[in-house]
Design a protein around this ligand. Structure first.
Ligand SMILES: [Zn+2]
Length: 438
């Protein structure tokens, strides 16, 4: 009976497909969407170069630099980013996402942290983010006197370590280091990501395409002091139960020539948090699948880590608040330039930056045009997303309690047993629902 019914359904499907075939447009090779191809063509290398030049011209975009000068410091820079995105299109809702925060950690005085965000409303409220940090940092070199820079007490030399949120503040509290207004060009870190975010905001808003998802183009501040702008924004989004489906965080995507002398303008890395089946890792796989479809000369290197060893980035602040997000970074870092006054325009390849921006555009547009992911539930009717958020919160709380140390033996065994039980449950579910296990 079932087989007969199945055959009948097949016949109907075949008949409908046969009739429909002549009116369908010719299939695109490899599922390429012509609207997205056209969108990618709008990414302008000269314009991105102009953006980088302008960002460098602010001399410093240190989060603690001046905010009262018209052409120098973070105040002038954020106003310029806001004005440029506002000018790009009336479809963009551009605003400062501002927070007044007291002295803490690397923040040596009360400061006004402002992310610059441009929202392109879609048919639905679910959001997709593309982010970068526009603040910059230059540490003193090995032989320079320490104590004068933002983090001078560390006397760090290349390869410079990214600031870690748990590191104690540099210098005496209440006595800001002297050269916060000193040069910190940050053209690659992360002027490159900022230029990409601004260019993407422009081309998506001007495309005339109506996307299913709402797109958020956000330039974050306070990254170098411990992901502060991203943390505050992600916490607020979690508290307000904003649905963020994915975050593409671009941090250093313009440097093709590494410190080793190797030039690699063909590859870009995508970092994602585990476990293997986490939504963030699925986003990373999606980037690897869709990116090269539209930018064939670019190879995506998936890295099964939340970030580089000992380093951090803004996507982690989103991950810690239960949102899927990945870090996109050049294949070949130049540690000698990072966090120094040498992070200048001549260290950036605009052609490489343009390719990475196009790759972002392809992924973002594909995700934004697609319908939302279905909400799946387990055999007890619980939403996977809900269970995952709860698990992330637990892991993050446990991580905070035991930071820097190992979990006590009993707790570690408990966590392992819990994970093994979860894996077994999933395997049984897979057998039940699909009749097989891959
Ligand atoms: Zn950075």
């Amino acid at each position: 009976m079932r087989i007969r019914l199945f055959r009948a359904v097949l016949c109907v499907v075949a008949a409908v497909a046969g009739q429909a075939a002549p009116v369908l447009a010719a299939p695109q090779p490899d599922g390429v969407d012509p609207r997205i191809v056209k969108l990618l063509e709008q990414v302008s290398e000269p314009r991105m170069l102009q953006t980088l030049t302008a960002l460098q011209a602010f001399v410093t975009r240190n989060t603690l630099s001046s905010t009262d000068q018209p052409t120098r410091g973070i105040g002038a820079a954020r106003q310029w980013i806001l004005d440029e995105m506002t000018k790009a299109s009336p479809r963009l809702h551009v605003s400062f996402d501002a927070y007044q925060i007291p002295a803490q950690g690397r923040i040596t005085r009360e400061v006004d942290i402002r992310n610059v965000m441009a929202v392109l409303p879609g048919r639905t409220a679910r959001r997709l983010y593309v982010s970068a940090h526009y603040d910059s940092l230059a540490l003193p070199r090995r032989n320079e006197p320490t104590g004068a820079g933002t983090s001078g007490a560390r006397g760090a030399a290349p390869p410079a370590q990214a600031p870690r949120p748990e590191t104690p503040p540099a210098g005496a509290a209440g006595a800001p280091p002297a050269n916060l207004d000193g040069p910190a060009p940050g053209v690659n870190d992360d002027g490159s990501g900022t230029a990409a975010v601004m260019e993407l905001a422009r081309i998506f808003a001007q495309s005339g395409i109506e996307f299913d998802a709402t797109l958020v183009f956000i330039a974050l501040a306070g990254e170098e002091q411990g992901l502060i702008g991203a943390k505050l924004h992600a916490q607020k989004a979690a508290a307000e139960k904003t649905r963020i489906d994915a975050v593409l965080n671009n941090d250093m995507i313009g440097n093709a020539a590494g410190g080793s002398g190797v030039v690699d303008g063909e590859r870009v890395r995508v970092f994602s948090e585990g476990p293997e089946d986490s939504p963030s890792r699925q986003v990373a796989r999606y980037v690897a699948r869709v990116g090269p479809r539209y930018v064939p000369s670019q190879r995506i290197v998936l890295v099964a880590r939340h970030d580089r060893f000992g380093r951090g980035g803004d996507h982690t602040a989103f991950n810690q608040n239960g949102f899927a997000g990945v870090r996109i970074t050049e294949a070949n870092e130049h540690y000698g330039r990072q966090h120094t006054t040498d992070d200048t325009l001549d260290g950036v390849s605009s052609a490489y930056l343009m390719k990475n921006t196009r790759m972002n555009a392809a992924v973002l547009a594909s995700l934004a045009l697609a319908p939302a992911a279905p909400t799946t539930v387990d055999d007890r009717g619980r939403s996977h997303a809900g269970a995952r958020t709860l698990r992330l919160r637990c892991e993050s709380a446990v991580g905070r309690l035991f930071r820097g140390g190992r979990l006590p033996g009993l707790l570690a065994r408990g966590v392992d047993a819990g994970l093994a039980a979860r894996r077994e449950r999933r395997r049984r579910d897979a057998v039940r629902h699909a009749g097989r296990v891959d």
